[in-house]
Design a protein around this ligand. Structure first.
Ligand code: C2E
Ligand code: MG
Ligand code: MG
Ligand code: MG
Length: 288
């Protein structure tokens, strides 16, 4: 009897595996086609100072899937990375963001805005990554000083000297770098002094524990203290409540990003939100 049960379990397992493999293969094929069919869209989410000033936005990719609706990065970025499709997808994201920077340049209400673009480690490790980025800047005419590239600690798993070289080449063009999800990966603190970073992002895991876990609050204070001593700007992500924002600002965070100020949304509604919900985003009326 045990043998029969084992056999059933095995058949169930094989079916389950087969289903997953088929689904994954379908996703890969669809992802290939999606790039050509321009099914990706960028959503924008504001980054806001303690004085309610919008300094810019992070662009977050979504896949407008023909049958499954709007897919979030968690549903396809891993597959894009494994298959290498993150390279053309990442390039599209960068081009689209840079074209937007150029479009905003002639609008006095928006030309101060910066855009932060997520770059996956796989993309950054491409031998010609620096060339790819400089080509996009040339083709779009975007001001490199308005572009921020968000990297994660997974970048540091290998060839750190290469990474530093690429970052320095891009910093020389005027681009800034941000360390995303700081404190959740494997990075050694010693790299923090070697990488030409200008910003650190406190991960939303930490932010969500404000008011709930005093130990996590101590970690946030340590991250902010470290970043301030290294003269890095500190952005907190996943800020959902006034209490979280108040804690972060009181402890020296510079900028907050999260549902408290707005969910990531398509360009049109994002621009509308800039005009209505946060009128002080206009640099003319900043309280300094
Ligand atoms: P991330 O770069 O850390 O982005 C922050 C994530 O937090 C986004 O999830 C955003 O929608 C979400 N978020 C923002 N505010 C709040 C909040 O108040 N509460 C909560 N719970 N979440 C909030 P999203 O858009 O699903 O993106 C997930 C991850 O996918 C990103 O994490 C980033 O690592 C990756 N990703 C997104 N767009 C791109 C892209 O264009 N290229 C690459 N390589 N990765 C991307
Ligand atoms: Mg990010
Ligand atoms: Mg992040
Ligand atoms: Mg995160």
């Amino acid at each position: 009897r045990a043998k029969t049960d084992g056999g059933n379990a095995m058949r169930f397992f094989e079916t389950e595996m087969q289903t997953r493999i088929t689904a994954r293969a379908a996703l890969e094929n669809e992802l290939h086609a999606a790039i050509a069919a321009q099914q990706f869209v960028l959503h924008y989410q504001s980054q806001v100072t303690g004085e309610d000033r919008v300094v810019g936005a992070e662009v977050l990719v979504r896949w407008n899937h023909p049958t499954r609706g709007l897919l979030m990065p968690g549903q396809f970025i891993d597959v894009a990375e494994d298959t290498g499709l993150i390279i053309p997808l990442g390039l599209w994201v960068l081009e689209t963001a840079c074209r937007q920077l150029t479009a905003w340049r002639d609008d006095p209400r928006r030309r101060h805005l910066q855009l932060s673009v997520n770059v996956s480690a796989r993309q950054f490790r491409e031998a010609d990554f620096v060339d790819q980025v400089s080509r996009v800047l040339m083709q779009t005419g975007a001001d490199p000083g308005r572009l921020k590239l968000e990297l994660t600690e997974s970048l540091l798993h290998e060839k750190v000297a290469d990474a530093i070289g690429k970052m320095e080449a891009l910093v020389a063009l005027g681009i800034q770098f941000s360390m995303d999800d700081f404190g959740t990966g494997y990075s050694s603190l010693s790299y923090m002094t070697q990488l030409p970073l200008s910003q650190v992002k406190v991960d939303k895991f930490f932010v969500h524990n404000i008011g709930l876990d005093p130990k996590v609050e101590s970690i946030i204070q340590a991250i902010i203290g470290l970043a301030r001593n290294l003269e890095l700007e500190i952005v907190a992500e996943g800020v959902e409540t006034h209490a979280q924002r108040e804690f972060l600002m009181r402890h020296g965070c510079d900028v907050c990003q999260g549902y408290l100020f707005g969910i990531p949304q398509p360009l049109e509604s994002y621009e509308r939100e800039l005009d209505t919900k946060l009128p002080s985003s206009n640099p003319m009326v900043i309280r300094q």
